[in-house]
Every structure is written in structure tokens, then in C-alpha cells.
Ligand binder design. Structure first.
Ligand code: URA
Length: 209
């Protein structure tokens, strides 16, 4: 397999301890990011998309990187893929979008929505690590290949990896398809739903009907 992490494992951010968990912790992490210039994505972004939701969420989604709508609004998953994610959360999981936390591996939009590069992921990694530690979710959901590979420290293709529950620092982490992939391949929603049923059980909220 591909070695993970690549060289130059990101520096660690000391703020979550300093700021505590939850909202204060997240605020400290955001302050530490400042007007981030740690990678080349800074040049092309309009907004740092920090991620949003309940700072004490039991369920945290991790996507890939902001797109055009997210860069414009400064919020994660607000475009077309985001609308599908809202449906997954509200119609599928029967939770409220504001009760979960939604973030991304990389917090600035890659130009032309290209894939994030290893050095960009490395530069951003301390902040995602700190966010997860501050939120301490019960369950993580990795949306798509980049998130799944980062959280589970593997390079197994997402088609084979999805549904294979792993963990990140002891937190159960479910890799599943990215909503943008589901928009192009609606038949894969069946697999997503299998993965979400496991997530609901881990949250102690299995569906009864
Ligand atoms: N795709 C992602 O991976 N993240 C977003 O925030 C939006 C689209």
C-alpha cells in the first residue's frame, strides 16, 4: 500500500487544550488559523471554510474541500452536494443539520475544484485534528476518498473501503461515498444507506421502521 502519512506530517496545534473542547476550543482553533497562508490555496480562496454545526456534535461529517458555493458563503456543503447531504441528515438519519458538525479535510477551495494535493492536506491537517478533538464526536463519517484516506490512514479505493468501519483516535469512523458522487451515481445511494444504518446504530438511534 501507499505509505501514510506522507512525509512532513503536519505540525500539531496546541490550541484545543488551551481553548478546551466545544465552542471555546473551536474558536481557539479558528483564531490560530487566522488569515492562513500555510499552503498555496490561500492565494485563490475568497473565504476560509472552517466548518460549522454543533460544537459538541455526536456526529461529525468530514468532506473533501470547499467548492465555489462554499468559498463564496464561507460555509461547508452549501452547494448541490450540500443539499443532498442535508437530505441524508434530515430525511435519512432523521437528525437536524444544526445538530451535527460538518467540516472538510482542506479548508480552502482548490482552483477549478481540482483534488487537494498532499502538501495542502498536510498543511491543513493540524486544524482538522484539533477540531475533532475539540468536538469529540461519538461517530465520524468520512465523505469520499480524500476524507476516508485521511481519517483511516489507508489508500484502499473508496469503492472497496466504504462501509468498512474504522476508527480515528478511538472514534468510530465510517467511510462512505461523497454526496457529489451520489449525484452522478444515484444507484450508489443504496450503499450509502447501508453505511448510515451502521452509523445510526453506533449513535444508539437505530431506526425502528
Ligand atoms: N464538497 C466537499 O467535499 N465539501 C464541501 O464543503 C462542499 C463540497
Amino acid at each position: 500500500g501507499v505509505p501514510w502519512p506522507p512525509e512532513g506530517h503536519g505540525e500539531s496545534v496546541s490550541t484545543p487544550e488551551a481553548g478546551g473542547g466545544g465552542e471555546a476550543g473551536l474558536r481557539a482553533i479558528r483564531e490560530e488559523m487566522g488569515d492562513c497562508q500555510r499552503c498555496g490555496l490561500a492565494a485563490g480562496r475568497k473565504t476560509i471554510v472552517f466548518g460549522q454545526g454543533n460544537p459538541r456534535a455526536e456526529l461529525m461529517f468530514v468532506g473533501e474541500a470547499p467548492g465555489a458555493d462554499e468559498d463564496e458563503q464561507g460555509l461547508a456543503f452549501v452547494g448541490r452536494a450540500g443539499k443532498l447531504l442535508t437530505d441524508i441528515i434530515e430525511k435519512g438519519l432523521r437528525m437536524k443539520r444544526e445538530d451535527v458538525f460538518i467540516g472538510n479535510v482542506v479548508k480552502c477551495r482548490p482552483p477549478q475544484n481540482r483534488n487537494p494535493e498532499a502538501d495542502e492536506i498536510m498543511a491543513c491537517q493540524p486544524f482538522l485534528e484539533a477540531q475533532i478533538r475539540a468536538i469529540q464526536p461519538k461517530v465520524l463519517v468520512a465523505l469520499g476518498k480524500f476524507s476516508a484516506h485521511w481519517l483511516l490512514k489507508t489508500a484502499v479505493p473508496i469503492t472497496r473501503l466504504r462501509g468498512q468501519l474504522g476508527e480515528w483516535e478511538g472514534i468510530p469512523a465510517m467511510p462512505t461515498y461523497h454526496p457529489a458522487y451520489l449525484l452522478r451515481n444515484p444507484r450508489a445511494k443504496k450503499d450509502l444507506w447501508e453505511d448510515m444504518k451502521v452509523v445510526l446504530e453506533l449513535l444508539g438511534r437505530p431506526l425502528t421502521d
